[in-house]
Unconditional design. Structure first.
Length: 96
C-alpha cells in the first residue's frame, strides 16, 4: 500500500479534472489501508520494528516508482543507498 499511495500521488501531478480526483481518491484509500495494516502488524511485532520496516518499504518503493514510472534518475549513489536501506530493514527484521 505504501508503493500504491506513492504511485497515486505521483500521478496527481500530471492529471487534470476528474482524473486528478480519481488519483487523489486512490492515494487516500491506499494511505488508509496502509495505516490499518501497519496497526495490525503492530499487534504482533514490536512498534520499534514495525515502523522502521514500514517507512523503509515506503522509501524504497517511492524511489523505485520514481525510477520506473516517473523517469527519475537511477544513479549509482541512489541505488547504493537504497541497497543499504534494504539491508538495514532486513537487519531490523532479523533481530526483531
Amino acid at each position: 500500500m505504501e508503493v500504491a499511495f506513492t504511485f497515486c500521488l505521483g500521478k496527481t501531478k500530471g492529471a487534470i479534472g476528474a482524473d486528478r480526483l480519481w488519483w487523489w481518491g486512490g492515494f487516500l484509500a491506499a494511505l488508509a489501508l496502509s495505516m490499518f495494516l501497519m496497526a495490525k502488524a503492530s499487534e504482533r511485532i514490536p512498534i520499534g520494528t514495525v515502523y522502521p520496516v514500514w517507512t523503509g518499504i515506503g522509501a524504497v518503493g517511492a524511489v523505485l516508482v520514481g525510477i520506473f514510472f516517473f523517469n527519475e534518475p537511477a544513479s549509482f549513489w541512489r541505488i547504493f543507498f537504497i541497497t543499504t536501506l534494504i539491508l538495514s530493514i532486513v537487519g531490523l527484521k532479523v533481530i526483531g
